[in-house]
Design a protein around this ligand. Structure first.
Ligand SMILES: Cc1ncc(COP(=O)(O)O)c(C=O)c1O
Length: 393
């Protein structure tokens, strides 16, 4: 007998659960990639993508995952040897730095560890010491999916402005677009990146790079720009196929259109509020479990926690044991302790994208069952605490 039979739930932080409407949007014959409905659909997607990032800037769409977006952003704004300052709070900040190094940029990594947010005063100090303005971009990850640590983007912008530093502010919103509040223009990001498979509820395979006029000006001298990644023809195509630099990703465009419709129907601010509430339900449960044994939330300060993923310490290799139990006994796949040492001491719960109260409460009940079945020490009252959060929302 297995209690895992039934609809499985992939509660990892991307790819996130696909809405049935999004899946159905893919079930259709190939479309004309030169003119007609497909090209009209892309024309409707672009303004909606700008709305979701809260920008009046431009957006280029790539057939790639987030790694591609990293390279697209860097190669359109830099020349070989340019210095960039990478602020890291987890695995993905380091990943972006590695991409920058691979592009022969001079990467200065300022590492804030795995459980604390970016120290804005430290960034201000680095920028004020950079008298010759050698740093051309500051790279920040809005929420690092491996740790759940959030970076205060408006505070970072203020620090850059206060230092009168002209570097571009580039923000990886791959874990947050369509989940956490993000305001590209109001918060002063010059370049923003995201991918399709998380808050945007679409299969992996599309990424997005939004950029403002300052970043567009940097493109004019960027010698790293290559024909495929160049954002210029993508945002001002003379012919439809130039949007994608070749064949359009037909069967990702229709689901993306549907996912954007769903976000518009719900309202972006309501989407953010839903993520906020589900995150708080998870945190309340973990706090209660953590009153006995070693379990704890990775990030102590709630303001500095991502709203789409929560990283949790269990210790004793119990993270892996719990994940396996939940997947094989109850049909819920939790996130691995990505980037942690040892990985097996950690697990992550995603509450990202097409997720509602019954899904998150279900995950929490399954986790509690697993903790009990495996004899992992934990405190009482977690499910009650989570339901209180939902009830009061
Ligand atoms: C914050 C962040 N940045 C970048 C990436 C890399 O994206 P991808 O795996 O789609 O290449 C991820 C993936 O999870 C991520 O969470």
């Amino acid at each position: 007998m297995s209690l895992a039979n039934g609809r499985p739930y992939l509660a990892i932080p991307g790819p996130s659960p696909l809405p049935d409407r999004v899946i159905q949007a893919m079930v259709r014959p190939s479309a004309n990639i030169y003119e007609g409905e497909l090209s009209q659909t892309v024309e409707t997607i672009i303004p909606d993508l700008r709305d979701i990032a809260r920008t009046k800037g431009k957006v280029a769409i790539y057939i790639s995952n987030g790694h591609g977006a990293w390279e697209a952003a860097l190669s359109n704004t830099h020349s070989r040897g340019d210095r960039v300052l990478a602020l890291t709070t987890g695995r993905f900040g380091h990943g972006w730095s590695e991409a920058a190094r691979g592009l022969q940029l001079d990467v200065v990594v300022e590492d804030f560890g795995q459980d604390k947010t970016v120290d804005i005063e430290r960034v201000a100090e680095i920028l004020s010491q950079d008298k010759d303005h050698k740093i051309k971009s500051v790279l920040a990850v809005h929420v690092d999916t491996s740790t759940g640590v959030k970076t205060d983007i408006p505070a970072l912008r203020r620090a850059m402005d206060d230092a009168n530093h002209p570097a571009l502010l580039q923000v990886d919103c791959i874990a947050t677009m369509g989940c956490d509040q993000f305001e590209m223009d109001a918060w002063g990001a010059d370049v923003t990146l995201a991918a399709s498979q998380k808050g945007l509820m679409t299969p992996p395979g599309l990424s997005f790079v939004w950029f403002n006029d300052r970043a567009a000006a940097a493109r004019e001298t960027a010698d790293l720009a290559t024909p495929y990644w160049d954002w210029k023809p993508r945002v001002k195509p003379e012919l439809f196929y130039q949007h994608f630099n070749g064949t359009a990703p037909t069967h990702l465009i229709y689901p993306l259109r549907t996912a954007l419709d769903m976000i518009k129907e719900e309202g972006l601010e309501n989407v953010w509020a839903r993520h906020e509430t589900l995150a708080r339900a998870v945190w309340a449960a973990v706090d209660a479990w953590g009153t006995v044994g070693d379990m704890r939330l990775n990030v102590a300060d709630p303001d500095m926690r991502g709203r789409s993923v929560t990283s949790i310490y269990l210790g004793n290799g119990d993270g892996d044991r719990l994940r396996h139990w939940c997947e094989h006994q109850a049909g819920v796949t939790l996130g691995i302790g990505l980037g942690r040492a040892p990985t097996s001491d950690w697990f992550r719960i995603a509450h990202m994208g097409h997720v509602n109260a019954h899904m998150t409460l279900g995950v929490l009940a399954v986790v509690q069952s697993g903790l009990t079945a495996l004899g992992i020490p934990h405190g009482p009252g977690a499910l009650e605490a989570a339901t209180q959060v939902i009830a009061k929302a």
